[in-house]
Design a protein around this ligand. Structure first.
Ligand SMILES: Nc1ncnc2c1ncn2[C@@H]1O[C@H](COP(=O)(O)OP(=O)(O)OP(=O)(O)O)[C@@H](O)[C@H]1O
Ligand SMILES: [Mg+2]
Length: 392
């Protein structure tokens, strides 16, 4: 069984320590009757769903806290969105109700025609007081089951309809027993997910008759970006614990590097490497296994690297390869020091000048920063160059 399946991390969750601490603080505040609602933001595949699932698990470890994760549907009206959210929430509560009181309760009450304790299912449109009343009713029912607090982790929250957000805000301001964590998938990576998430929330709130308070309800923002190299390693290693197949240390490092620490890309490379190892009937994924996987996935980048290789002299190839093995930008002098370790530093200046000429000639493969540092900007191209420029 390939442990690198798609989907949330579950028991393989690693890292995100600060982000989890942020939630722990919110959870403590909730239990003190002062919920501090949060949002979590990141572009696709950074681990929002995994994070929310982890929060649900953490919240459930606290006594008296009932936690659920619900995902929002897109392209539906605010009213329908809230109804769908309630149904999922109630189904989850009914599971607990069945355990405790040996029968479900809330979904039936929700669907009851006439005489239902719920206001929302029969109201024409979404009204703030109906939402408030229904959430308060749910709170009272779960209290009978021994839960004093509810944590609602809302996935795909960027889809929330402006008036659904606005109504939710009005209700939550009245109810101190609920804590909401809203996940926001960002369309683009601008480097600061917390700020981008805030802007997205403000954009949604603005569309609800400029109800900016709806954005301010979320007092804390959590950003999910790439893993550090150490976390990337753990992300792979964790899934291989107790597995018959092992990955060489170097392979684990390479996966993190080529995936640039991005969780979904780490998982997808590891998935391919695992499949190949299995197909080879091998027990260990070696650097060779990784290379074969890489070659099958990145023919385009490899062809480009090989073309550049064919146009370069031996010493140019050495220089480009050295540059490609580093994930940080280097000045020509720094590169010269790495290439010619036995030459005294004061004699390297002309070598560095020559290297600068080489790097400036290779066009868009190498990028130069304002500080005069050179880098092959893309990790896939970097590794393609590294293996293409290898001495025979
Ligand atoms: N903290 C983590 N530890 C281990 N694996 C993780 C972690 N976060 C994410 N992953 C893995 O990365 C991949 C993407 O994660 P996830 O589905 O949670 O991301 P997402 O942000 O919800 O993506 P999307 O925007 O597409 O909904 C999954 O395979 C998941 O198992
Ligand atoms: Mg997700």
């Amino acid at each position: 069984m390939n442990p690198f399946r798609e989907g949330a991390a579950g028991k393989y969750f690693v890292g995100r320590d600060d982000q989890l601490k942020r939630f722990t603080r919110s959870l403590t505040a909730l239990r003190n009757g002062e919920p501090a609602h949060l949002y979590v933001a990141g572009v696709n595949g950074r681990g929002k769903t995994s994070y929310l699932e982890k929060l649900v698990e953490m919240a459930r470890e606290k006594s008296g806290v009932l936690a659920v994760r619900v995902a929002l549907d897109g392209g539906v009206r605010a009213q329908q969105q809230i109804l769908a959210m309630f149904e999922k929430l109630l189904r989850k509560i009914d599971e607990v109700h069945t355990e405790v009181a040996s029968a479900p309760r809330l979904v039936a009450e929700w669907r009851q025609v006439g005489d239902s304790p719920f206001q929302l299912p029969t109201s024409e449109r979404l009204q703030n007081d109906h939402l408030l009343q229904d959430l308060a009713y749910v709170r009272d029912v779960v209290a009978e089951l021994g839960f004093r607090h509810l944590v609602l982790c809302v996935d795909e929250g960027e889809r929330i309809e402006p008036y659904a957000l606005s109504a939710l805000k009005s209700a939550l301001l009245e109810l101190q027993e609920y804590l909401v964590v809203l996940s926001i998938r960002l369309a683009e990576d601008h480097g600061d997910p917390v700020r981008a998430g805030k802007l997205k929330l403000e954009e949604i709130a603005a569309a609800a008759d400029r109800d900016m308070g709806a954005a301010r309800l979320f007092v804390g923002g959590v950003g999910l970006g790439s893993f550090t190299p150490a976390q990337a390693r753990r992300c792979v290693a964790r899934r291989l614990e107790d597995n018959a197949i092992r990955f060489d240390d170097e392979v684990i490092g390479l996966i993190g590097r080529v995936a640039e620490g991005l969780p979904d890309r780490i998982i997808s490379y590891a998935h391919e490497v695992y499949d190949r190892t299995e197909a080879d009937e091998a027990e260990v994924a070696t650097t060779d296994t990784f290379r074969q996987t890489f070659v099958s996935l990145h023919q385009f980048e490899l062809d480009a690297a090989k073309a550049l290789c064919a146009q370069s002299t031996g010493s140019e190839r050495r220089a480009l390869r050295e540059l490609a093995t580093h994930d940080v930008p280097l000045t020509p002098l720094e590169l010269a020091k790495k290439l010619y370790t036995d030459v005294p530093v004061n004699a390297l200046e002309p070598v560095a000048e020559a290297l600068r000429g080489v790097l400036d000639r290779v066009g868009d493969t190498v990028r130069v920063s304002a500080g005069g540092r050179y880098l092959v900007p893309d990790a896939v191209r970097r590794y393609a160059l590294e293996i293409s420029m290898e001495p025979e």
